[in-house]
Design a protein around this ligand. Structure first.
Ligand SMILES: Cc1cc2nc3c(=O)[nH]c(=O)nc-3n(C[C@H](O)[C@H](O)[C@H](O)COP(=O)(O)OP(=O)(O)OC[C@H]3O[C@@H](n4cnc5c(N)ncnc54)[C@H](O)[C@@H]3O)c2cc1C
Length: 384
């Protein structure tokens, strides 16, 4: 049967669109196509509780693997427990949720060879629909200049309780290497622990074995022993400069880009779950055709890109105005700010006053180093 909507890719952005649409327009026939053989094991998607509206907490709750009260940050000169809750979804949970969502058909092993505004081609098969959305993951664009957040995470089954009570979203007490380095800890159970070594770096190269060794050293340093049960890795873009209007002009006439490939992620953290939920709401409220959804998502993306100018400026200060070995000082200072401001920062809802608060007082970097970072246009001009 001809679908009403084709979602190319069954990753995070499209999964949230399917959930929102199935609820907003019951009866819509949604076809999701993904080239993978099944749900990704190599992924947990986490979020801070204040990132999402109540409707999304409710919708996602069956797919939540773990939920925590509070989270910690650790720096050489201070440590802090933040009150906001934190939660993680995984690929299997999300796929199960989709399997139980009326109207959604998910086809694995369905590699798309060509995609346009009216349909998808899979080798010799052609499927058409009035609306086509492209959520096939990150795609480089000359209209988006980035630094990189690179990480390897290993989930261990420990031989004895590890004693980590809540997520440690940044342990920056580790030796600084390859830019800003921190370790991220997610205690899934008293003996299950994800240890992730992360670097905010200028280059995209990921030396997985070196990071895995660093993780083993960290575990040993804490007296933990156990065996690896799962591994995840990533090189996420950290936006330094973005010409969203040009990116959307290039996409005009094609399927609607969403998710990482549309630059729809938090510029500083690289997280995309909160933005993906907002975009899913936009899609669910738009008309049923590619043209209508394209116009609605484009308008949302342009408005976000304008709002995110300040966050890209912070990134330029971090990556271009600050020697790699000093980057941790900027973050350490940031995590001394009031907690509601930090929550609004993650959720992408900073107020004018928040922005002022971040850059006033003792500036994060010396003024003479900050000045050349102010404009983003020169970076876009240099982009190949
Ligand atoms: C290991 C890891 C951990 C992360 N953790 C978090 C986190 O905790 N919180 C957070 O907010 N963000 C996190 N992110 C960042 C971001 O949210 C994810 O990258 C997110 O999955 C991006 O969503 P997306 O829908 O754009 O792409 P993806 O989720 O990557 O989905 C793209 C899908 O398209 C499919 N595909 C690609 N090409 C084709 C094709 N030709 N035919 C058919 N299917 C195709 C892929 O198989 C894939 O399933 C993480 C990223 C990684 C890599």
């Amino acid at each position: 049967m001809r679908p009403d909507l084709i979602l190319a890719g069954a990753g995070l952005a499209n999964a949230l669109i399917a959930l929102a649409l199935a609820e907003a327009r019951p009866g819509t026939r949604i076809l999701m196509l993904d080239r993978r053989p099944g749900p990704s094991e190599a992924h947990t998607w986490s979020f801070h509780d204040p990132d999402l509206r109540l409707s999304w907490h409710r919708r996602l709750s069956p797919a939540i693997r773990c939920r925590w009260q509070g989270q910690e940050v650790r720096f050489p000169d201070h440590a802090r427990t933040l009150r906001a809750g934190y939660a993680s979804l995984d690929g299997a949970g999300l796929a199960q949720l989709l399997a139980h969502t009326p109207g959604v058909t998910l086809r694995w092993d369905a590699g798309i060879t060509a995609l346009d505004a009216t349909g998808a081609t899979l080798g010799t098969e052609r499927i058409e629909a009035p609306c086509v959305i492209d959520g096939r993951g990150a795609a480089p664009s000359r209209h988006l200049v980035t630094g990189f957040q690179k990480f390897v995470g290993i989930e261990f089954k420990m031989d004895a309780p590890h004693g980590v009570a809540r997520p440690v979203i940044m342990d920056a007490t580790v030796p600084q290497q390859d830019g800003y380095r921190f370790v991220y800890l997610l205690p899934f159970s008293p003996t299950r622990l994800l240890i992730e070594d992360t670097r905010y770096s200028d280059g995209a190269g990921l030396d997985e074995e070196a990071l895995a060794r660093a993780i083993a050293d960290y575990a040993q340093g804490h007296g933990w022993s156990g065996h690896e049960v799962r591994r995840e890795r990533g090189v996420l873009p950290i936006a330094l400069a973005h010409d969203a209007a040009a990116l959307w002009a290039e996409a005009q006439g094609g399927p609607v880009p969403v998710g990482m490939r549309a630059g729809l992620f938090h510029p500083v953290t690289g997280y995309s779950l909160p933005v993906a939920a907002q975009v899913a709401d936009v899609v669910a409220a738009a008309g049923p055709t590619t043209t209508e959804v394209f116009a609605a998502v484009r308008a949302h993306a342009l408005s976000r890109a304008r709002d995110d100018r300040f966050l890209r400026l912070l990134n330029r200060m971090l990556f271009r105005g600050c020697p790699p070995g000093h980057r941790h000082r900027v973050l350490s200072r940031f995590y001394r700010l009031p907690e509601p401001l930090i929550e609004r920062f993650y959720a992408g809802r900073l107020t004018r006053l928040d922005r002022l608060r971040i850059v006033t007082g003792k500036p994060p970097i010396p003024i003479r180093d900050a000045l050349p970072c102010l404009r983003e246009a020169p970076l876009l001009k240099e982009s190949p």
